[in-house]
Design a protein around this ligand. Structure first.
Ligand code: 3HC
Length: 676
């Protein structure tokens, strides 16, 4: 896992542990041996530590956190490097993360390739840098800069690292080893970060920390405590404080949940049973049909990934609106510093707005994003079948409709797939990849790859009404409206969800999506509460009124008008008003989703529980620190979930059934996940 070589008087220790040079226990042992060998070798005057492959190191091996503590450990290695009597130089390229950066901080000098990104992302795993990062980084770059990196996990570029004093030199990517050798040859002594004086406490420290401390992540508080220790305690005592805080976090529910999330997001793109070597289609040009908000958002993803897009509309005005919208979003990204002017210009050049459906004949992947009307979609798929390239992938962005029916409109059902983006499609990370009965493995594998290429996390779903995410949403929304009629206050219903950490409750979500989804505007039929609101012009946030009233800044305020609409509905339906407990709301708006998820798994719609967690975290804002709905349910305990569902069974209607897998989990004292 490491190689050892000598160039003149310079020893080169090369970490070679694909795919990400994770610093596991055995690698740490090898590095300890290599340092000892170089130190003892009288012909060696300096030591380079560098890495093979595309990056320096992703840090400690996250898989090993679950294992019992096993020497030798990373902090021991880093202390050993720092105490080495010969100069040790870290040669950093690509990602240098977590324990990888801490190892570099233990070296006496650091040289970075221009492509390097340096970060301490442990906080995102519910941890803190536990190999000296919280003690050495503030000594090197000062408290406030260290807080920015440690409490957020945000990385810095090589150039920024140089300006902060985090690295000593920069080199071009292909020259970094040569320059490091020259640099090493010029060094005469060591320079230890642990010997630097403790960082000064800046006068604005509290103000600087305050926004970070509002985080739901316990790890942020622990990071702040460890960084404080760097300023207040001698180095070794600070290290001991860091180690104690790290151990505490390691045992925490949040850390286990967040590490589950890390692996869940990576697993989601993997399709069970697919041959390892599968041929993927090449995607050189993408077609998007429909230049509305969704179509334009989808197009932006591909443009920014350098893939040309043909954006097709039937009329000039909506096409122009779509193109203008894309231009506006790209310009805003430049003004917010998320995009350079050059990137904006390149993305803009790749867009081909067109009124000619036939232009889609040049595309390798065509995504329709027109409104949810099966007859319109069937017509599009028939026309695509007639003109698309032989190997083209034909995709629908439908949220609910049957992909198999669309596939049946073509003579190539194996090429038809769902690609369900979430709104705003240029921002949200989730794409549900919908496998039709006949979708080919090659098409699925291509879709997984291309969605990853545009920065998304793809999750495979089978065909059903609403796929994974929206299918779980539907009973939640129905129950929320029912609870309102039975006597719960709007704010009470929503606050049960926001207290769990969801960004909004179910009624706020209806307002955001549009109360008028499914409203038969033409006949003005009032069949439910949503229809009644629509009839009064309360269409949701877009009309500044829905279940709530909204001010200019979209702040929701309870509405008296809605109160009287609900009252009337309640009277008409002869529903008796009663006091509703938060417990009932949580069962009927959250446990009911867990039940639906269990059914989704039983039916094979989702491949694995962790995919469902990913869908709800990335598509609906379920709080990451609870690990997703099914991880959370496992922590709550399936028996509690089942008992809750039993308690309110009569509220769910005659067709409701508790998933048999939940009942079996309960009987076997099991859960979606076993506690590892
Ligand atoms: N430990 C173990 N496995 C890791 C890992 C790590 N630190 N980092 C990545 N991997 C694995 C992934 O699970 C994945 O495995 P798979 O192929 O079986 O799914 C494989 O490496 C490739 O990872 P990605 O798919 O994420 O590859 P990318 O190229 O997209 O991204 C990366 C590479 C930017 C390095 C990204 O993997 C990453 O951010 N890794 C985690 C970095 C991190 O959080 N480091 C801190 C670790 S904790 C620590 O160091 C504690 C210390 O302070 C004591």
């Amino acid at each position: 896992m490491i190689t050892y070589a000598q160039t003149d008087a310079i020893a080169q220790i090369v970490i070679d542990n694909p795919p990400v040079n994770a610093l596991g226990v055995s690698l740490v042992g090898e590095l300890l041996d290599a340092i000892a060998r170089a130190e003892q070798d009288g012909k060696v005057s300096a030591i380079l530590i560098r890495a093979a492959g595309r990056l320096f190191s992703a840090g400690a091996d996250i898989n090993e956190f679950k294992k019992p503590e096993d020497a030798p450990r990373l902090p021991t290695l880093i202390d050993r490097i720092e105490s080495c009597s010969k100069p040790v130089i870290a040669v950093i390229h690509g990602q240098c993360l977590g324990g990888g950066l801490e190892l570099a901080l233990g070296c006496h000098y650091r040289i970075a390739a221009r492509n390097a990104n340096l970060a301490l992302p442990e906080v995102q795993l519910g941890l803190l840098p536990g190999a000296g990062g919280t003690q050495r980084l503030p000594r090197l770059i000062g408290m406030n800069a260290a807080i920015n990196m440690i409490a957020t996990g945000t990385g810095v570029s090589a150039e920024k690292a140089l300006s902060l004093g985090l690295v000593d030199r920069l080199a071009d990517d292909d020259a970094v080893i040569v320059e490091a050798l020259e640099f090493a040859g010029s060094l005469t002594g060591v320079r230890r970060t642990c010997d630097l004086p403790p960082p000064a406490i800046p006068s604005d420290l509290d103000a600087h920390l305050a926004p970070h401390l509002q985080s739901h992540f316990d790890s942020v508080q622990a990071c702040a405590a460890a960084i404080h220790a760097a300023a207040e305690l001698p180095f070794m005592e600070g290290m001991a404080r860091e180690a104690a805080l790290f151990e505490e976090l390691l045992q925490s529910d949040q850390a286990r949940a967040l590490q589950h999330v890390f692996f869940a997001e990576r697993k989601a793109a993997k399709i069970e049973g697919l041959p390892a070597k599968i041929e993927r289609h090449s995607v050189e040009r993408v077609g998007v049909i429909g230049a509305g908000t969704m179509g334009s958002g989808i197009a932006i993803n591909f443009l920014l990934a350098g893939i040309p897009v043909t954006l097709v509309e039937t009329n000039a005005a909506p096409l122009q609106r779509g193109a203008d919208g894309i231009a506006r979003i790209l310009a805003t990204s430049v003004s917010k510093g998320r995009l350079t002017e050059d990137q904006r210009a390149k993305a803009t050049d790749l867009l081909n707005p067109s009124l000619a459906f036939d232009d889609l004949g040049q595309c390798d992947l065509i995504i329709e994003a027109v409104f949810e009307d099966m007859s319109v979609k069937l017509d599009i798929f028939r026309r695509l079948d007639a003109l698309a390239k032989p190997n083209a992938i034909l995709a629908s962005n439908t949220s609910f409709l049957d992909i198999n029916e669309m596939a049946s409109a073509t003579a190539r059902p194996e090429a038809v797939v769902g690609l369900h983006f979430f709104s705003p499609a240029n921002v949200m990370k989730l794409v549900e990849v919908i496998r039709g009965d006949q979708t080919s493995n090659e098409v699925l594998a291509t879709c997984m790859k291309i969605t990853q290429r545009i920065g998304k996390v793809p999750v495979l779903s089978g065909v059903c009404h609403g796929f994974i995410g929206n299918r779980m949403l539907l009973p939640r929304l129905e129950q929320a409206k029912q609870l309102l009629l039975e006597g719960a206050a709007i704010t009470q219903i929503d606050e049960v969800s926001t207290r769990l950490g969801l960004p909004m409750g179910p009624l706020q979500m209806i307002d955001l999506a549009g109360v008028d989804i499914g409203w038969h505007r033409d006949v003005n039929r009032i069949e439910n509460l949503n229809d009644a609101l629509c009839a009064r012009g309360r269409l949701g946030q877009k009309s500044s009124a829905g279940y709530y009233d909204y001010d200019d800044r979209r702040k929701p305020v309870p509405s008296t008008e809605v109160g009287s609409i609900v009252e009337q509905f309640r009277n008409d339906a002869a529903i008796e008003r009663r006091t509703i407990s938060d417990d009932e709301i949580i069962v009927r708006t959250v446990y009911v989703m867990i039940n639906e998820a269990a059914l989704i798994l039983e039916e094979g719609i989702a491949q694995r529980p962790s995919d469902i967690d990913v869908v709800w975290m990335l598509g609906f804002g379920w709080p990451r620190w609870t690990g997703g709905p099914l991880w959370w349910a496992s922590e709550v305990g399936v028996s509690s979930i089942v008992a809750g569902l039993e308690r309110y069974r009569s509220s769910f209607g005659p067709d409701f059934r508790i998933a048999s897998s939940l009942l079996k989990f309960e009987a076997d004292s099991q859960s979606f996940y076993s506690r590892g």
